[in-house]
Design a protein. Structure first.
Length: 297
């Protein structure tokens, strides 16, 4: 693999939101002219995926791509114009996102969700559990998941899904995982403290907390958890070390999530949306860029 042109393995940062290449990629994915600036993390995630796959040289007419927890994200259709086959998998029509991001109708009519024209025969949509992928070993040149793996269950189930990603990826292939990374974890939000609260209230509060599983922030990972629950179980290698720096400007509009689930941005405006605060801790998106080493001959 040739030297990459930028750092992909990093936190979502508001400093990226006016990057010309990222803006151009997002415009292509959304089927419109490049925006003057990004407004939220989902755009960053999709644009960074597109740039990373192009930069690593894995896109092309012979390439096959597996999207895990794919929903109806617009990058699926962008990819269908650039590779031989895209397979989108999700538990369509089931689970907490069935009413919006993973509607059952995606199975029958994916074109209804596309912002761009694309070759219909290059996109296949399948109902599938990420923890048990129904594909042979080494089936795909690219595997990716955008803001999904954190929803796959317990730490063990998340590790199982990461192992499945590694299993179905071809040697020399690329995997991109975008998920939630804690940039500040309060001592009061750590798993042992929540477990103590569960025990002290006889299970009335933090009912599913354990020594290793948080409840209030269970769907965001510390950097160490990213390594232990995703990278190591996948059997894959990081293409770039993870850059955990975050510009000060990213903290200017932190959005606090209230106990009732209401979003309360610091400036009163939801955009730009970068950091979320729940209870005493904060997180944002993070991208992991991984590869499967070639099998020794």
């Amino acid at each position: 693999m040739a030297a990459l042109t930028r750092q992909y393995a990093k936190l979502c940062d508001v400093a990226d939101f006016t990057d010309p290449a990222l803006l151009a990629a997002v415009g292509e994915i959304e089927g419109r002219p490049a925006p003057a600036a990004l407004v939220e993390r989902k755009q960053w995630e999709r644009g960074m995926l597109a740039l990373a796959l192009a930069d690593t040289g894995v896109l092309g007419r012979d390439a096959s791509v597996l999207a895990i927890g794919a929903g109806s994200e617009p990058v699926l259709f962008w990819l269908a114009n650039r590779v031989r086959l895209v397979v989108a998998t999700d538990i369509y029509g089931a689970g907490r996102f069935s009413g919006d991001e993973a509607a059952e109708s995606m199975l029958a009519n994916p074109g209804a969700f596309s912002p761009v024209d694309y070759p219909r025969d290059r996109l296949c949509v399948r109902w599938m559990d990420a923890r048990r992928l129904e594909f042979p070993d080494e089936s795909f040149d690219v595997v990716y998941s955008l803001s999904s793996i954190e929803h796959f269950g317990s730490p063990r189930e998340i590790a199982r899904s990461a192992a499945e990603m590694g299993r179905v990826l071809k040697p020399g292939g690329i995997a991109v995982v975008v998920t939630e990374c804690l940039v500040h974890l309060s001592a009061l939000d750590r798993a042992p403290v929540e477990l103590a609260l569960r025990l002290g209230t006889l299970g009335r509060r933090r009912r599913s907390a354990t020594w290793v599983r948080r409840v209030a922030l269970g769907e965001a990972f510390t950097p160490r958890e990213l390594e232990r629950r995703i990278v190591q179980p996948s059997g894959l290698t990081l293409v770039q070390p993870l850059d955990l720096t975050l510009s000060e400007r990213s903290w200017d509009n932190v959005t606090t999530v209230s106990r009732a689930g209401l979003l309360q941005p610091a400036t009163g405006n939801l955009h730009p949306h970068v950091l979320l605060r729940i209870r005493r801790s904060a997180f944002t998106s993070v991208l992991l860029l991984l590869k499967k080493e070639q099998t020794p001959t």
